[in-house]
Design a protein around this ligand. Structure first.
Ligand code: BG6
Ligand code: MG
Length: 223
């Protein structure tokens, strides 16, 4: 079992961890589901967290039994429609949209020499980081376009540790999604979940709120 003293790096998810864009993604998908005539519910909304744009669309279509109703070109158009709505909301964001405690946590990590990388499935991640004025904190960002498989596959977290030149066992992966926690565990990193302990039960440690994510609390949890 990894000890706190072994940890040298953090591989961060973005949406729902550093900022509440998971709500904006959810709203934009909900709008699209309404347009498609697919019933929306919390289970579907939670299942989409951490899932790539096209995989999310496939999940919504499947939930409505419509997976065979659209051509690839039509699916691309539907995904683009969702993205246009999402980006319009992202462009209104400011550093005030950083979740409670996250800026202080990132500052503390940086001051103490931990290495940081970003493992977000979002192709909009650089845009979001720039709106939050956090781009400088993450010089190492996994390009989701380079991935063969999305979360819950470990690939994105494996790449996040590789960008830091660290073995997976010396990294903590930080996630709000069950699919992301699964990815971190499969990559062999320590998993830190933020949110509902029932939903994120597979994580090595779970904090209810971003404000609880501090090095002191992580040290307590890991020992
Ligand atoms: C993840 C979000 O971070 O990125 C998902 O949790 C989202 O909800 C995915 O679908 C892809 O984002 P984007 O910005 O590339 O459509
Ligand atoms: Mg997330």
């Amino acid at each position: 079992m990894t000890k706190f003293a072994d940890i040298k790096g953090f591989v961060f998810d973005l949406d729902g961890v550093i900022t509440d864009t998971s709500v904006l993604h959810g709203t934009a998908w909900h709008q699209l589901a309404d347009y498609l005539g697919v019933a929306w519910n919390t289970e579907l909304a939670n299942g989409l967290k951490g899932i790539s744009r096209m995989d999310s669309l496939e999940m919504i279509l499947k939930a409505g039994g419509k997976e065979n109703d659209y051509t690839q070109a039509q699916k691309e158009e539907l995904a683009a429609k969702k993205n246009t709505n999402y980006v319009a909301e992202v462009d209104k964001m400011t550093p005030a949209n950083i979740l409670p405690g996250m800026k202080a946590f990132l500052d503390d990590l940086r001051a103490k020499g931990y290495l940081l990388s970003l493992a977000s499935a979002s192709k909009n991640a650089p845009r979001v980081l720039s709106k939050l004025e956090l781009a400088d904190y993450f010089p190492k960002v996994v390009d989701p376009a380079s991935l063969t498989h999305g979360k819950p596959d470990p690939e994105i977290y494996t790449k996040g540790a590789e960008l830091l030149n660290l073995p997976a066992s010396q990294c903590i992966g930080v996630e709000d999604a069950a699919a992301g926690v699964q990815a971190i565990n499969a990559a062999g990193e320590v998993s830190l979940g933020i949110g509902d302990a029932k939903e994120l039960g597979a994580a090595d440690m779970v904090f209810a709120n971003t404000a609880d994510v501090t090095l002191a609390n992580i040290e307590k949890a890991l020992g």
